[in-house]
Each structure stands twice: as C-alpha cells, then as structure tokens.
Design a protein around this ligand. Structure first.
Ligand SMILES: CSC[C@@H](O)[C@@H](O)C(=O)COP(=O)(O)O
Length: 345
C-alpha cells in the first residue's frame, strides 16, 4: 500500500490516522490540504513528510498564475513557507522543500509551465530516491543483526513513514529477507500509538513475527534477556550524533544501555542536520493536549488537568551504538563519521 501517490494532477495521501481499521486516501486538490494532512499526522514519519511537502509544493505551484518567472518564484516560496511551518522537528521537511526551491531557482527557463513540470519531476525524484535509500539502509543495517534477533522498536519507522520499505523497519525487513530469524517487539508508542496501530500492521502483513507491548513494559522485557538489539528511526540528527525521535525513544536508549543492548538508529543522510551542532538546538514539537487526555477520541483524564505533550525527545549520541545511513554505518565519534559519510571531511 502506497503512503502517497500522484494521480491525475493531484496528490492522494493514505490517511494513517484511520489505520489499521480503514485504508482510505485523502484527495488533495490544493496544497493547503497537504499542510493539513501533515499537521494532523495523516501522513507522518520524517521521510514521508518530506516527500508529501515536495508534492504539496508541486501541487501549489500548479495553481499559481504568474505573469513572470520572478512573480512565480515568489509565490512558490510563500507556499514552501506554509508547508515548512506545519511541523518543526523532522528536518526532512525543510530538506525536501529546499531541494525543490533550488531546482526552481536553478532552472533558467522562463516558461512557467515548464517550471511547474520541473517541480513535479523533482517531487517524483525525491519520492523515488527515498525508496532506493531505504533499500541501501536495509543492506547496510541487516549485517548488524545476529542470525536470531529479538528486536525492540519504538514508534513506526516503516513503509508508512517513508516511500517504501522504511528506515528501522526497512532494516528489519532486509534481515528477515536475508533468512535471519527476526522477532519484533513493538512499543505501542503513546500518545498516538504509531507502534500499536502501524508497526504491528506492517509486520503482520509480511508475516514477520511481532509482539506488541505497552511502552512501560520495555524495561522488564530487557531485564528478562528477551531483547538482542533496539532499532529506531529519527526525525533529526545533529552533527554530533544526538538523535531526535518519537517521544519515549530516550527512555528506551537509557534502558538499552543499562542492559548492555546495542541501540541502533536508521536514517537517511537527509535526516542529518549539519547546521545543528547538538541535540540541544533541535526544535521539539509540542502537540495538542487532547492527544494525552483522550485515547481514540475517548477522554481518559479529568477535565482541567494540566498536560505536557512533547512529540519528540533527544537521545544523546553517547547512548547510540551506531547510525545506519543510506551511505553506510556511522560509529562514534559521530562528529567525524557522519561528516565523512557526507563527504564533508
Ligand atoms: C522513518 S520515520 C522516523 C521518525 O520520523 C519516526 O520514528 C517518528 O518519530 C515519527 O513521528 P510522527 O509524529 O509519527 O511523525
């Protein structure tokens, strides 16, 4: 099932808020619908948000009526600003929009229709390349798995969060495909249950053995010796290797260190933000209180209670065993290994 698809001049987004019960596509005729879909997590996961924003920009650009190239570029820049403002943490969003704008500015053609076509081509390229990047991460990452691997993961870093196979789940898929005996433990991932709803769904569809647990059970599972390794995705990785990912990831990393379990992060190079020195500078999204006070639309906490709802946390680089990228596996010190993979030495 595709996370998103371009059909007859519009973008269709699989509404992940309805999964696993219902598989329904949102038909986006206007870029504002894409903004809304990103904000409400109909499309979510760092690489998928980037691709959706790229298509959103192409969609918005198609509707622009401009008398000159300059006026067109100014209008497209405004749309890019609106798309970028939808979610602050996943750097892939800004990365994809920057790439689209660079394509536009670098194209010297004065014909507006040709510029619109070039933007759509670039969005297709971003989507296609993500699938290829997942494949490469899978190849690199699966070599780190033992033949029998009980793997804990948090949130959903799967096909639904990307253009295809997934980052963390892409590595798990590759290990399974390579004939390794993989068993996945999926944290449910409160408050929005991406693990319970999406990760388990993806694994069941492919007959990869999976067991669901609530987030507060991970420590006891590890204490019983039932986890061989942890693998998660990332929304933004600072130049020093600090990793922002779904809230709760930091706790899992601390538990993994206590139990001497390797903690791996799988992410494409587009998730690494070399402009940010450490995790302290990563903007962390705070979301609506209702996500905590309610479960599946039903209130579970008393009216009027104060709520704290950060959507992500930061795992310090010292707790990360290795970062699996689409260019290879980075080991500490990440300030050097990540720069080397990016060719920045
Ligand atoms: C390949 S996805 C990596 C991350 O984006 C994922 O782990 C995550 O935290 C997603 O958060 P979400 O709020 O569901 O967009």
């Amino acid at each position: 099932m595709e996370t998103m698809r371009w059909v007859d001049g519009r973008l269709e987004i699989l509404d992940q808020t309805l999964l696993p019960e219902t598989a329904e596509y949102i038909k986006c005729e206007h870029y504002e619908t894409v903004c809304d879909a990103i904000r409400r997590l109909s499309v979510r996961g760092a690489p998928a948000i980037g691709a959706a924003a790229a298509y959103g920009l192409a969609l918005g650009a198609n509707a622009v009526q401009a008398a000159s190239r300059e006026v067109f570029i100014t209008a497209v820049e405004k749309i890019a600003g609106d798309l970028a403002a939808t979610r602050p943490t996943a750097v892939n969003l800004q990365w994809a929009l920057d790439r689209m704008l660079e394509t536009l500015r670098g194209n010297t053609n004065d014909n507006i229709n040709d510029l619109k076509k070039a933007l759509l081509e670039e969005a297709h390229a971003i989507y296609r390349e993500d699938l290829e990047s997942n494949r490469r991460m899978g190849e690199f990452g699966q070599t780190l798995f033992p033949d029998n691997a009980a793997v804990l993961t948090h949130c959903n870093a799967g096909a639904l969060a990307t253009a295809g196979l997934g980052t963390a789940l892409g590595v798990i898929r590759a290990a399974h495909k390579a004939g390794k005996n993989v068993h996945v433990y999926a944290d449910e991932t409160r408050p929005l249950l991406q693990g319970a709803r999406l990760t388990t769904w993806e694994m069941l569809q492919e007959n990869i053995p999976v067991t669901l647990l609530t987030d507060n059970m991970a420590g006891y599972l590890m204490a019983q010796g039932k986890v061989d390794l942890v693998i998660v995705g990332a929304d933004r990785i600072a130049a020093n290797g600090d990793v922002a990912n779904k809230i709760g990831t930091y706790g899992v990393a601390v538990l993994a260190r206590e139990h001497n379990i390797p903690f791996y992060v799988a992410a494409p190079m587009s998730t690494i933000d070399f402009n940010i020195a450490s995790g302290r500078d990563i903007p962390i999204e705070t979301r609506d209180e209702q996500e905590v006070t309610h479960i599946a639309g039903k209130r579970v906490a008393p009216e009027g209670v104060k709520v704290w709802n950060p959507a992500f946390d930061v795992t310090p680089a010292r707790l990360v065993t290795a970062i699996i990228t689409d260019r290879g596996v980075a080991r500490p010190p990440y300030i050097d290994s990540l720069a080397a993979l990016a060719g920045k030495e």
